[in-house]
Design a protein around this ligand. Structure first.
Ligand SMILES: [Zn+2]
Length: 195
């Protein structure tokens, strides 16, 4: 169903793509398209799959005035990014977006966001890629960082905190499974990310 010949020139895969997954948490497509991290950081790039670079471009105005870290935090916390379409209906709704930018536990710092690393060094062990994506974390990461992230997500998505919301329940299940997978990895290889 892919109509490659109809692709606009602007959407040709970037030859300088670093050969890693799309930067949207949970997306396992290759990140072949670059997009500036913000208006203030036009030379720092996210790498997205085609669907997500389109969605990101469509949301460009929405990100106006946000720092690269804030944009990244928003993407990480917005489950709409799990699907390859930007939830346009919510843009401009205003109000609750600030919630996404709260980072009381310094999750962004703990996850080393914004530190560009060579493609090879970013490759997580195969069994961890999906769980880390589900937790919105990037390799390399320490178990302490994983645990802090897990606690924060578990609290945020707990059904009690969301009026018994069904989607929160599902999300919490995913988070629990992902955490269990990462934990068993670290228990099996405790020195993996020690240095
Ligand atoms: Zn993607």
């Amino acid at each position: 169903m892919t109509r490659r010949t109809n692709r606009a020139r602007a959407y040709a895969p970037d030859p300088e793509a670093p050969g890693r997954c799309c930067d949207i948490p949970g997306c396992l497509n290759e990140g072949e398209y670059r997009a500036p991290k913000s208006r203030e950081a036009l030379r720092e790039y996210f790498w997205f799959c085609l669907d997500h670079v389109r969605a990101y471009n469509a949301a460009w105005d929405f990100y106006k005035g946000m720092s690269p870290g804030q944009i990244e935090a928003h993407m990480r916390n917005d489950t709409g990014w799990q699907r390859p379409t930007w939830p346009l209906g919510r843009l401009g709704g205003g109000g609750h977006e600030e919630d996404f930018l709260h980072d009381p536990l310094d999750i962004l710092g703990a996850a080393n966001l914004g530190h560009a690393r060579p493609a090879a060094a970013q490759r997580a062990p195969a069994d961890l890629r999906q769980p880390l994506d589900a937790l919105g974390l990037r390799w390399p990461v320490s178990f302490d960082e994983v645990r802090a992230r897990y606690k924060e997500l578990a609290k945020r998505h707990h059904p009690d905190a969301n009026g018994g919301d069904r989607a929160s329940e599902e999300r919490l299940k995913t988070i629990n499974l992902a955490y269990a997978a990462v934990r068993s990895h670290f228990v099996a290889e405790p020195n993996m990310a020690a240095g």
